[in-house]
Design a protein around this ligand. Sequence first.
Ligand code: NAD
Ligand code: GLY
Length: 344
Amino acid sequence: MSKVRVNLKERSYDVLIGKGMLGRLPRLAKGRRIVIITDYTVGALYGKKLSKKLGACLLQLPPGEITKSIAGTSVIYDKLIELGINRDGLIIALGGGVIGDLAGFTAGTYLRGINIIQVPTTLLAMVDAAIGGKTAINHPKGKNLIGVFHQPKQVVVDIDTLNTLPSRELKGGLAEVIKYGFIKDPGILKMLSGNPQVNSNFWIKLITRCAAIKAEVVSKDERETTGYRMILNFGHTIGHAIEAVGGFKKFSHGEAVGLGMLAAAKISGKREAEAKLVMLLKALKLPTTVKLKVKDLLLALKLDKKARSGKVRFVLPVKIGQVTIKDNVPEAKVVSVLKELGCS
Ligand code: NAD
Ligand code: GLY
């Protein structure tokens, strides 16, 4: 097992990464009234067994982004109130980023905040969503528009849960892993290159390196006030626009982030970064072209909440392992890069 510390004074916590970690939860969560929040897929695979072991209530919701809503939140509030859960209670978020964000938001707002342990079961949630305390639900007008910062008490990553993860989800998570290689740690890209032996040690090492970067960034800029945390959005400016214009169906989050990173590399003009990215995306069979309308993407970029005073912010590579933030990229440059990627 490996351990990464998120240093946030009285809100500090550990990310524990290893095999068989679900089996260790009873000790970690002892003495509390527990409600496990999950979706039907993860509930059937892991939730039922875990809730029996913990003597916990299991609340299962439909999988998918649609559940990350005010309606989904209401279902959980109702259950917590019905069970008489007070501030000593504990929520366990068992699932991907959807469940992590939804359960995190509910835990952060119910009784002005109760404890939560994040137990991510997708690669994306293991390396990103479960760590750092950003929680949110969607509004019909946009994704993640309603949220609160609420740090978990612990993040418990059981790499065995990756064995059941569909390959499209795994590849999406790998796009976020690539992101960490480009923003901070080129060693991560080395781990992915060639023909790595994908075993438990590989996953523990890879997830630990990513979690360590996320922990460092969050520890320095918990609430994104200095702008440093923004580096985690490498690939997400154009990525979110691609996701939105594709109706959140055409491209998964990871696929869109891969394309967004490629667009950012092209905007920066850093050829080495672009070539490395194309090589990695192709090796993982992630898309390197996108056929959407430029005008739709430009509109989505402007609506994105990262646009400040009418300006769109981009995280751009300086070199592999270092990025910078720019809000003065000419629109004409964005248009030409989108056309290079296959948009019309
Ligand atoms: P997800 O939570 O929708 O999970 C993807 C699918 O995989 C679901 O159908 C789920 O049922 C299934 N699944 C999960 N674990 C499984 C397992 N071990 N075996 C089999 N199936 C499994 O998607 P995601 O990619 O994990 O998360 C995306 C969400 O995360 C988005 O809503 C995004 O906004 C959010 N997010 C949040 C942050 C943050 O910092 N809070 C960061 C990144 C993404
Ligand atoms: N996923 C981006 C962040 O946590 O800031």
